[in-house]
Design a binder for this molecule. Structure first.
Ligand SMILES: Nc1ncnc2c1ncn2[C@@H]1O[C@H](COP(=O)(O)OP(=O)(O)OP(=O)(O)O)[C@@H](O)[C@H]1O
Length: 253
């Protein structure tokens, strides 16, 4: 049983067809990398997994649920099992690192929280454990905006992990980072995925990173899957074919 399953999914935004007849099964524990130029549909695909978008046609099943049919509490329950890491980290700059990580548990807590003491002790401990895991426990009480980009992304990974997800979605998690920090963050994502048995769907711009860290590459062009293959045995040139005549097709924004 795949953890994530797209069956003939098409997504249209008005006249724009962002996904075109996408079928894709991601088994448990796989790190699948989405590659494709800007506008090829990577973010749109990721956003279907936790119900931020609903298909125009076709079906998205995640953890054995039809995501398109979920509302309210059912959708929240699904989202509590899916962590999301974004290109721009989306930390709250003025909060401490530890409180940012605690916010990852908000979905399971009732009501708003203000300040670290307002989180249950077990959440604070879990947050500190995850910060330790990403190598930043010593920064726990620092403001988030005092950290480097790479450190902020590691905090964002800790925040996603504190909700104990089964799936980790990452939308160009290293696009804003220098090469060394990017490698550190990808190392971290692949290590925690292995340790926790997470299923990962991660969009990247860099073919080399995909080949180093992914188990599988899914190439998108104009919303359609044009390559879907294990990384083992995949050459750089073959992976680059995803970008084929894309520029000529006017896809680059
Ligand atoms: N909410 C929306 N409303 C209208 N059009 C949208 C919306 N979201 C995405 N699109 C369009 O859908 C297409 C796919 O966009 P998407 O953001 O999924 O691509 P992407 O591959 O993630 O690009 P990038 O690498 O720049 O993030 C684009 O043409 C985009 O303009």
């Amino acid at each position: 049983m795949p953890v994530i399953s797209f069956d003939a999914v098409t997504k249209e935004f008005g006249d724009v067809r962002a996904l075109s007849d996408v079928s894709l099964d991601v088994p448990a524990g796989q790190v699948a990398v989405l590659l494709g130029l800007s506008g090829s549909g990577k973010s749109t695909l990721l956003r279907h997994v936790d119900g931020l978008h609903r298909p125009t046609s076709g079906t998205v099943r995640v953890l054995d649920r039809d995501v398109g049919g979920l509302r309210g509490a059912e959708l929240r329950e699904l989202r509590s099992r899916v962590g999301f890491v974004f290109q721009q980290f989306h930390l709250i700059a003025s909060l401490t690192v530890l409180e940012n990580v605690c916010t990852g548990a908000l979905a399971e807590l009732r009501g708003p929280r203000l300040g670290l003491p307002s989180y249950p002790k077990r959440v604070r401990h879990a947050a500190l454990d995850q910060l330790d895991r990403v190598g930043l426990a010593d920064r726990a009480l620092q403001r988030a905006d005092t950290l480097s980009g790479g450190q902020q992304q590691r905090v964002a990974v800790a925040r996603a992990l504190v909700q104990r997800p089964e799936i980790l979605l990452a939308d160009e998690p290293v696009a804003s980072l220098d090469p060394d920090s990017a490698a550190q963050v990808m190392d971290l994502i692949s290590e925690v995925a292995r340790q926790d048995g997470l299923t990962v769907l991660c969009s990247l711009h860099q073919v080399d990173l995909a080949l180093s860290w992914g188990h599988r590459v899914v190439g998108l062009r104009s919303g359609a899957v044009v390559l879907d293959t294990p990384v083992d045995g995949l050459s750089r040139d073959a992976a680059m074919s995803i970008y084929g005549q894309v520029a000529a097709a006017g896809e680059a924004r």
